[in-house]
Ligand binder design. Structure first.
Ligand SMILES: *Cc1c(COP(=O)(O)O)cnc(C)c1O
Length: 390
């Protein structure tokens, strides 16, 4: 057993400035639907270079709202990667549509645009690109596939706040996508406890997302279906939900955003320390290829391990690291393997790229407060465990 502090695979960074920002809201007049939400939306849009941002209760809610704004409805199909968090697929189901899984590159876990193209049918309403680990999917290629299908391209950027594709920040939606979604769960680049947002361009989509966040209620008289009988009047024009983020959370979000560049720089520095130290380990390599490293937002530090070459199972390695006080995770079990989706007729064997990625992937600890000494500790422990030392 280790006498050193447990090193989780991810952890939030919250400081006194964040705490004070939250307390200021608690002492003020608006706990929800107030100025802190509007400010957070402006701050986020400025950070990613988008025309607008709408804050919601979670990344899952953001996916739900983005699909609604894309017009996804009963009988439609939404193409999603086989390797992602289940929420990416579930957002189609919430609207009565079906996710259609596309296979991923076995070495990066990113969706293969050719596979997405093969899954397109006349019922495809949207394609969701997932920036796994913080490395961007091929949005320009996927946008060509989406445009040809007459479908929207949504970026699930829950892992990629602070990332770039060339010079384009992820979330700007400037190179082919219509909307992007973010999550502010504590393991992500910035946190609001729970929280999420949709970013994008085009006022029609923004209006749809705002409508969906607030029960489908329209309060702008210019958009009423008829004359307003008085100032109290509002119209419910669609079926939405209450997906509103509180001002308490939004204040935390704005305070966290000020540190985003620093957080992402720390993640990149630690990732490159891992890259260098892992060169000494045969049959272990980083999932992010060299060319993608500068723009990667490094939500995760994923390695691909040929466990068979070492004669160790992944479960043994995970347990061995845990005994040394090191947390790991696996991102992700391919979604078609989940009992819910198997029950809907999906067969995991149809996704060889996803299965090959899944059997080798392991996420090592990565968060801004880590030191390079922690990276040494993880790599030393991984070496010892892979070589079968107790
Ligand atoms: C975290 C995450 C989500 C969902 O975000 P929540 O805020 O937890 O609802 C969606 N997609 C991906 C890829 C994620 O990692």
């Amino acid at each position: 057993m280790s006498d050193r502090p447990f090193l989780p695979y991810a952890r939030q960074s919250v400081d006194d400035e964040d705490v004070e920002a939250v307390v200021r809201v608690l002492r003020g007049d608006f706990l929800t639907t107030g100025p802190a939400v509007a400010a957070f939306e402006r701050d986020l849009a400025a950070a990613v270079g988008s025309e607008w941002a709408v804050a919601v209760t979670s990344g899952t809610a953001a996916l739900h709202a983005a699909c609604f704004a894309a017009g996804v409805g009963p009988g439609d199909e939404v193409v999603v990667p086989a390797v992602t968090f289940v929420a990416t697929a579930n957002c189609a189901r919430y609207l009565g549509a079906d996710p259609v899984f596309a296979d991923v590159d076995p070495d990066t876990g990113l969706v293969r645009p050719e596979s997405a193209a093969e899954r397109v049918t006349s019922r495809t309403r949207a394609i969701v690109a997932v920036h796994l680990g913080g490395a961007s999917a091929d949005v320009p290629a996927l946008s060509t596939v989406a445009a040809r299908a007459g479908a929207s391209l949504i970026e699930d950027a829950a892992h990629a706040l602070g990332g770039r594709r060339g010079e384009t920040p992820v979330g700007a939606c400037a190179d082919g996508s219509q909307t992007a979604i973010f999550s502010f769960h504590p393991v992500k680049q910035i946190t609001t406890g729970e929280g999420g947002a949709v970013t994008g361009h085009g006022t029609a989509r923004e209006r749809q997302v705002r409508l969906f966040r607030d029960h489908g209620i329209e309060r702008d008289g210019a958009r009423f279906t008829g004359p307003a009988p008085g100032p109290w009047y509002y119209e419910q024009q669609a079926l939405g939900h209450n997906l509103r983020l509180t001002d308490i959370q939004a204040a935390l979000g704005s305070s966290q955003l000020k540190k985003l560049d620093r957080f992402v720089a720390a993640r990149r520095r630690l990732a490159s320390a891992y890259d260098v130290r892992l060169r000494g380990l045969a049959d272990v390599r980083p999932a992010v290829p060299p060319a993608a490293r500068t723009g990667c937002a490094y939500h995760l530090y994923q390695v691909l391990v040929d466990f068979a070459e070492y004669g160790r199972s992944r479960a043994e390695v995970v347990a061995g690291l845990r005994a040394r006080g090191i947390g790991t995770q696996v991102h992700y079990i391919p979604v078609p393997m989940q009992p819910y989706y198997r029950g809907r007729g999906w067969v995991p064997e149809a996704f060889p790229g996803a299965l090959r990625f899944y059997e080798r992937t392991l996420s090592l600890p990565l968060f801004p407060a880590m030191h390079e000494g922690d990276v040494d500790r993880v790599v030393d422990a991984l070496r010892a465990v892979l070589h079968g030392r107790a």
